[in-house]
Design a binder for this molecule. Sequence first.
Ligand SMILES: Nc1nc2c(ncn2[C@@H]2O[C@H](COP(=O)(O)OP(=O)(O)OP(=O)(O)O)[C@@H](O)[C@H]2O)c(=O)[nH]1
Ligand SMILES: [Mg+2]
Length: 591
Amino acid sequence: MNDQIFDQQLQYYRTDLATHLKALQDISIAVGNKELTDWVSELRMRTTDPFMFVVVGEVKAGKSSFINALLSRDICKVAPDPCTDTVQQIVYGEKESTHVLNEHLKKITLPIDILKELAIVDTPGTNNVTIKEHQEITEHFIPHSDLIIFVFPCINPYQESAWKFLSYIHQEWHKKVIFILQQADLLAASPEGLNINLNNVVREAQKRGIDNPRTFCVSAKDELAGQTDKSGFHLIRAYIQENITGSNAVVLKLHNGVKTALHILEQLQKGLQTRQGQLEADQAFRLEVKQLLVQREQHSINEVDRVINYTLEGYHKVAKDLEQEMSEELGLFSLLGRTIKNLPLINKLSNTKSFNEWLEDFKNRLQKELTHVLQERLNSGIFDVAHNVQQMVAQIELKIQVTQKNPLINNDTVFTHIAEKRNGILGELKEYFNIFVKNDGKHMQPMTDNNPLWNIVAVLATGGGVTAVGGILATLSQGIWLDVTGGLVVALGLVVVGGGAQWSKHQVITEYNENIQRTSEELKRRIHEHLRPYIQNLKFDVDKHFLKFDAYLANEAKDIAQLTTQQQQTQQALEVLKNRLQNDYPNLALE
Ligand SMILES: Nc1nc2c(ncn2[C@@H]2O[C@H](COP(=O)(O)OP(=O)(O)OP(=O)(O)O)[C@@H](O)[C@H]2O)c(=O)[nH]1
Ligand SMILES: [Mg+2]
């Protein structure tokens, strides 16, 4: 290919990659993961950097000496003890200088021509366990590197930690790796030994998915001593010359940029799938809670109807018994004539009571017995309703617990902040419902006379409906007895001042029954009026506590859809670029 066209095309591809990396950066910003955003920004910045080698290997493998020999300069410190204690980036500069970027990272500039095309990173040994940050910084450079130079001491290329690190580099990041067996002079007298170790390196690399590992046996010592014919460095220089300089370096760098970006997009895709899975599970959970609320609401409404029937049944029974007594008493009274008003009256309770006394006593008993039956039946009914509500809450709490356990999204590295947010919202929900559940058992004691509803209230615990329930009996007893007893007094008055006794008795009983009926209707209306809204309030209250969770779900659905579209578009565009690079430069794959 003509050089000018070659350059133009490369320029075009570079711009193309820059556009896609910008899109990737936008995605990472939308994702909201700062680490990822910083990371993608760095990837963008580094696309115009020179080709970057990262030299890795165990402590004392001979990494720094390898770099010195390659650059024919004593740049990196070399020593028999663990020595390189920072990651060192060696780049081209007009003047020699060292910038300490932080305690773990140094930047060295050197006026050496080859550095215009190659930047080299020297790293502390992979098994230098004393400083954890070294490994982290080394790992940080891996994704931005274009070639990894793995250095083994030729006498012992078997250290486990080095091979583990290789798996990370190759399998995680699909980085191109070459293998250097350093200090070859030490096995100069035993070429078979060197060969055995070399074959083992090849085998170990193949085990980790590198089919045709590129290997070099070199001696930095020989190279630096001027024994360049046997140092092996001429082969490595030729390799670099052939593959990694000029336009080749640009193409390879482009390739690497595309591959790294695709790798990030793959991780994003996996994360988004996990997030979608989590969203679907959460939506199903929410639907279950909604259905449960509807079911339980219906159940509670039926329960209220049952409470009303049961309460009124008791009320009517007492009223009927008292009607019977009244009928008997009035019958007796009618036999004695109209002037009875001041005569002693013979009745079941007292042989000597006057009519007025009987009337007073009757009214009192009527009120007391009706109150008693109402209180007893209504209380136990409300207790059932409360129990029903509590069961519902316990069920919801259990569902929250199940949902909170082993969430899918917790293992995702890209969306940890989403996992945290979700956990927080579910935690709050659980805490709220826990208040109800904690009240189980202990608080469900029999109600006391002086505060019949308090225990119910305790069971029902927090929430707006409490006052409504607490007020039921108070409201019911207010005024309603006047309807019954007041009516009765009027009716009985008729007996005293009215016409014929039989007629008056009939009138009184009719009046009494009408009053009982009217009051019973009123009671029914009032119980309904108080209990129904309570149940509906409770549903509303439960739903209200899910508002944050609902907003989270709606947001998740929107974000996931949007990010998935962006992710797919960028991935497709990068795949196209990758294929075009492969088609246009088929011979440039590093072999
Ligand atoms: N015989 C021989 N010794 C070498 C050669 N290269 C390095 N060494 C010695 O091996 C020791 C370690 O070399 P370095 O280059 O410091 O090794 P390193 O991998 O950078 O070590 P750390 O930075 O401590 O991880 C030093 O004592 C070097 O003199 C070589 O080619 N031949
Ligand atoms: Mg070193």
